[in-house]
Ligand binder design. Structure first.
Ligand code: ATP
Length: 478
């Protein structure tokens, strides 16, 4: 089956490991469990555990085939169980969700009391939904109850506040939680606050909300923890001011991932990108499943239209899609009905897909952290992955940023890229604020495209009508 067919045929993709890769895979798995370099700082550090403590939660993990503790889990379990504040930085896909859920559940089960006792804050609804699902799996058959604040259940809980007493753990975006706070929610019983994707929660647009939430948590012994694959020093400084005698755990080399084979690809201009992408498909260089990142919603829609035209099993996800539709697209991608998922940075953080072989940065990311989180959608949980970043002349002043991460992760980077000057602080800020203006994604004049699309749809309809007529004839024949 040629590459284009593989992406367009309606057969679910199955992953078959190639034998020669086994050794490399073993090396990558070891990285997950040993974490390579581990750095713990802070007063009175606590020794790591070697395995998940016996409990109903461990039994539930066994059912998910999560048996050995990953490096971050070995450290976070005793630290959070002892209610020490924690700043944790560990690579994408290294199991940070279980790293905070497990010790919190383990600790809360010993004393049952009504009302939210742990709060998990994450920047997007999709991520909250994913954390909620993991928490539900972990708490099966236990005495701990979890809720995720969303539009509908927030209203229900607002009308009947006694319902909140049923839940021990609440998962929410900052915005949703602030809304609930302003309609009377009390957070005085909260003993644990987790800030997942913490650096994002301390960025402009979120930091005021995060602050308001933290001030509402008035329990004298509230334990605060921050988790992310990227913790810039500015965030760490801020975190140090809200945390009490925290321990700081860094797994691996900060801001790198050893499980992803990263490449930079000069594509000349924006107009060439789609042509090069098609060429890569034809050459068999694109192995499903793939996540493609573009810089804005308009480009996501345009690329989707192009791939749909090629009859590739593609899907698109961005902030303009309603929640239900987003969930539907994510599920289709998870179940293998969509092989090429086009996304904006909305999906860059935290979302966990199994079997993503490749991430393509169709548009250059707007920051190093965005790069790290985007490529982190592959190479998760001890698997290997590949990331290709397209860059044009317009991106050249920022390329060095990514090259540094690649080098630190042990990937090959051409010398000429390494010798480029480092972008200044101002240049980095400029990029973060507004990416380069890009040419529209299209290979055909829109009139021609519409004409061709209409023709294709017409042929499809004719085929459908013919098959219905054939069926009717059959049923009518004696
Ligand atoms: N100890 C473990 N052994 C094997 N798999 C694990 C283990 N812990 C977690 N996983 C699996 O690893 C995957 C990635 O976990 P998770 O989403 O928590 O990563 P993460 O570190 O939060 O990544 P990101 O930084 O991208 O948010 C999940 O599918 C999870 O079930």
């Amino acid at each position: 089956m040629d590459a284009l067919k593989l992406l367009t045929t309606n057969v679910k993709f199955k992953h078959k490991p190639v034998e020669k890769e086994v050794e490399k895979k073993q090396e990558i798995r070891n990285e997950l469990f040993t974490g390579g370099k581990v750095k713990v700082t802070g007063s009175n550090p606590i020794d790591p555990v070697v395995e998940f403590p016996d409990s109903i939660f461990k039994e539930n993990l066994d059912k998910q085939h999560v048996e050995d503790c990953s490096a971050i889990q070995r450290y976070s379990i005793p630290i959070l169980s002892m209610k020490r504040d924690l700043l944790a930085c560990a690579p994408t896909g290294s199991g940070k969700t279980i790293a905070y859920l497990f010790p919190i559940l383990y600790s809360l089960q010993s004393h049952v009391e009504g009302g939210y006792r742990a709060l998990i804050i994450a920047p997007t609804k999709d991520l909250c939904e994913q954390i909620y699902k993991q928490a539900k799996r972990l708490t099966t058959n236990s005495s701990i109850h979890v809720t995720e604040l969303n539009k509908s259940n927030e209203k229900i809980q607002e009308k009947s506040p006694q319902l909140r007493e049923k839940y021990d753990i609440c998962i929410s975006t900052p915005m949703r939680l602030i809304h609930a706070l302003r309609s009377g929610l009390k957070l005085d019983k909260v003993e644990y606050i987790v800030m997942d994707e913490a650096d994002r929660l301390f960025e402009e647009g979120f930091v005021e909300q995060t602050d308001e939430i933290l001030s509402a948590c008035t329990h004298p012994k509230v334990c605060k923890s921050l988790f992310s694959a990227t913790l810039p020093s500015t965030v760490e400084e801020l975190a140090q001011t809200i945390a009490r005698d925290p321990l700081r755990v860094i797994i691996g080399t900060k801001d790198t991932s050893k499980t992803i084979d990263q490449k930079l690809l000069f594509v000349g201009s924006d107009a060439s990108k789609i042509v090069i992408f098609r060429q890569m498909i034809a050459n068999g260089e694109i192995k499903p499943r793939v996540v493609i990142f573009v810089q804005d919603i308009e480009r996501a829609k345009a690329l989707y239209a192009e791939l749909m035209f090629d009859e590739i099993h593609a899907g698109v996800i961005h902030g303009e899609l309603p929640e239900v539709k987003r969930e539907e697209v994510l599920n289709k991608f998870r179940h293998g009905d969509i092989w090429v998922l086009i996304a904006t940075d909305l999906l860059a953080r935290g979302i966990d897909f199994h079997g993503v072989k490749m991430v393509i940065n169709f548009d250059f990311p707007q920051s190093v952290h965005s790069y790290i989180h985007r490529i982190g959608r592959t190479g998760r949980a001890g698997h290997s992955g590949k990331a290709i970043t397209f860059f044009t002349k317009d991106d050249s002043e920022y390329v060095k940023l990514v090259a540094g991460v690649m080098k630190a992760s042990g990937c090959e980077v051409p010398e000429w890229i390494l010798s480029l000057p480092k972008p200044s602080k101002e240049t980095k800020k400029k990029l973060k604020k507004s990416p380069p203006k890009r040419k529209k994604i299209t290979t055909r004049a829109s009139y021609d495209r519409h004409k061709e699309l209409r023709k294709k749809e017409h042929i499809k309809k004719l085929k459908r009508d013919a098959s219905i007529a054939k069926q009717k004839n059959k049923e009518g024949s004696p």
